[in-house]
Design a protein around this ligand. Structure first.
Ligand SMILES: CC(C)(COP(=O)(O)OP(=O)(O)OC[C@H]1O[C@@H](n2cnc3c(N)ncnc32)[C@H](O)[C@@H]1OP(=O)(O)O)[C@@H](O)C(=O)NCCC(=O)NCCS
Length: 140
């Protein structure tokens, strides 16, 4: 059951998005709704790096028909503001490796477009045996 602690409205290209922040199981879950439909999600967890507090984003997801309209970028900005207001230095996450190189490039492009700092953390192999980079993004 969604028990919204905080609801934020973002308006972008005629899509009115409600961001529901639901704190459970030690993390915060973001639900994006437009006209009652769930159109995306994200999960947030506190993480310390070199003694500094960050919010780690996992599973940022926007439903396919709603992609490429700036929604993912708006949500990233809102999460960054949310984190900073609560005393965190910024947000970070990993570009998932268990996928094709093409998808990694698209995700990398998305985070670069949003002014993220990218760090190469190593390499992994996909299930197809393709060697792909593991990248970390940081936004402050
Ligand atoms: C990544 C994602 C959240 C972006 O959401 P969005 O609302 O489309 O984002 P925006 O409209 O602000 O930005 C669009 C940019 O995302 C990137 N993008 C487009 N389709 C994508 C896809 N299927 N997967 C990843 N990135 C994609 C492109 O760089 C695009 O920029 P362009 O228009 O200059 O080509 C969304 O594409 C998605 O849910 N993808 C699948 C899950 C995923 O990859 N999550 C990130 C895990 S690290």
């Amino acid at each position: 059951m969604i028990n919204p602690l905080d609801i934020k409205w973002c308006i972008n290209k005629n899509i009115r998005i409600a961001m529901y922040l639901n704190k459970r199981h030690g993390g915060t879950y973001v639900y994006l709704r437009s006209n009652g439909e769930l159109i995306g999600t994200a999960a947030l967890q506190p993480k310390k790096i070199n003694g500094e507090k960050y919010v780690e984003i996992t599973s940022l997801y926007v439903k396919e028909p709603y992609r490429n309209r700036g929604i993912g970028s708006i949500v990233l900005k809102e999460i960054l503001q949310f984190a900073k207001e609560r005393g965190f230095k910024g947000i970070l996450g990993h570009i998932m490796h268990a996928d094709s190189l093409e998808n990694i490039k698209r995700r990398l492009n998305f985070y670069l477009k949003n002014n993220a700092e990218i760090k190469l953390k190593g390499y992994k192999k996909t299930f197809k045996g393709e060697k792909v980079p593991v990248l970390q993004f940081i936004l402050t």
